[in-house]
Each structure stands twice: as structure tokens, then as C-alpha cells.
Design a protein around this ligand. Sequence first.
Ligand code: HEC
Length: 242
Amino acid sequence: MDPTRDNLQIRFKAFIDGLGIFTIFAVILLIILGGASIFGWFPKGEEPEDAAGKIRSGIKSEVSAEQAKFLTEDAVDAVTPNVAQLLSKSNPIAVEVPAQLVPGSETEKKLAAEVPIDPAQMEIGKAQYLICGACHGQNGEGGPAGPPLAGSEWVTGPISNLIKIQLRGLTGPIEVKGKVYDQFPAGMLPMAYQTDEQIAGALTYVRNSFGNKASAVKPEEVKALRDEVGKPQLTVQDLIKP
Ligand code: HEC
């Protein structure tokens, strides 16, 4: 018979020894785990932000590499010292591109005032205005056959309105300078027989005469709306409110 089996003392000692060895291993394990967590030795799963960041920096360096093909370092170095000087000379108005301007807005009017009007176009317009003047008054003051053009918000307002009025005519009540005009039975008849140059000229002329000030109208803008010809006479509801 195994003498240790029944000897309580020996069994107890073996138990204590086992406990000691277990404790030593446990302490060593704790030290290792503690150290690992303090010094960040655990392998971490990649966070989505990190993954996105890696992709971003990858794209960035691809883009820079592509750009570098077009712009040599020498070229960049050559202009860098002048940038401050060039910036102070640049005209900040260039930030506003015409495509973003609200037609008839104060900004558009302000910018338009800075673009000189072509005198040749004003000449075409002046000649053409003799017809308009028969109804609107030779100084745009209005009369029995037409509302005023001098100071009219329609005249300095959106260009597309003006072109459409020329191509389709206009009928029905219209408010000009705070006064409603409803006394013209036939309204204004279409004047689409005029050339693109004549319409652009007449409109540029009325936008820049009788105290009015607004941007020029280009013949191409008239051309672009030629498919309006033949459509029914306009009413104010068809127009953009100036
Ligand atoms: C036969 C007369 C007649 C002629 C010619 C005529 N118009 Fe008119 N026009 C009118 C009438 C009438 C109205 C108002 C229409 C209505 O009742 O809605 C008008 C309205 C207008 C309007 C909008 C209202 C305003 O007062 O701002 C503009 C702009 C305009 N005409 C420009 C012109 C121009 C530019 C010409 C020449 C190329 C011209 N018209 C020729 C009679 C005429």
C-alpha cells in the first residue's frame, strides 16, 4: 500500500506545495499581462478610422504623384516667393463667377456697372430704339401706348425676361415702378423679326439709357431663346419677378 495515501500530513504538504507553485505561475502571468497592457503589447484589431486614414493617405500620395508630373518642383519654387506679392495685387472680385450670380441681384448690377458697354452695340440699340420709343417714349418715360422703361425694374432685371418679351410679346396687367398698367388692349406684340444683334442692341441700349445701368445683352443670348418664337404672347406670370 502506498504510504502517502493515508498520511494526512504528507497529503497536506503536497497540497500546499501545489498551491505555492500555482501562485508563483499566477503571479508571473499577472506580471506579464500587466506589462503587456501598460506597454500596449497586445495586438489590436484595426479601427475603421485607421483603415480610412490609410486609404486617404494612399489616394493623397497618388494625387500628389500625378500633380508632380505636371508641376515640377523647380516651377513651384520659382513662384512661391512671389505668391504674397501676387495675392495683394489680385482682384478679389474674381471669386464671384457669373454663373453663380442671381439675375437682377444687387451683386449682378454692381458687377455689370464695372464692365464697359460696347459703344458699337449702343449705336445699334439707339437706332433700334426709335421703334420702341414710339410706344415707350423717346426717353423711356412711357406714354399712352406703353409703360415706362426709364427706371423700370423689368428693364434692369433678368435678361431672359427681356428677350422673351421681344420674341413673344407681352399682354395683361404689369406693375412697373409700383404702378399697375392695364390699359393697353393689345399689349406689346412680338418683335421677333429683329436680328439677334438688333434685339441684343436694343436691350443693351434700354438697360444703359434714361438713368438705367445694367449688363449688356449678348446676341448669343437672344439666339439661345429663338425657340420661344411663335409661342403665345407672354403674361407677367410667365416671367421671372425682377
Ligand atoms: C406698339 C407699342 C410698343 C412697341 C413698339 C414696343 N413696346 Fe414694349 N411694351 C408695350 C406695351 C403695351 C407693354 C406692356 C404690355 C402689357 O400690357 O403687359 C410693353 C412692355 C415692355 C416691357 C416691360 C414693361 C416695362 O415697362 O419695363 C419692356 C421691357 C419693353 N416693353 C421693351 C420694349 C423694347 C425694348 C422695345 C423696342 C425694341 C419695345 N418694347 C417696343 C408696347 C410697345
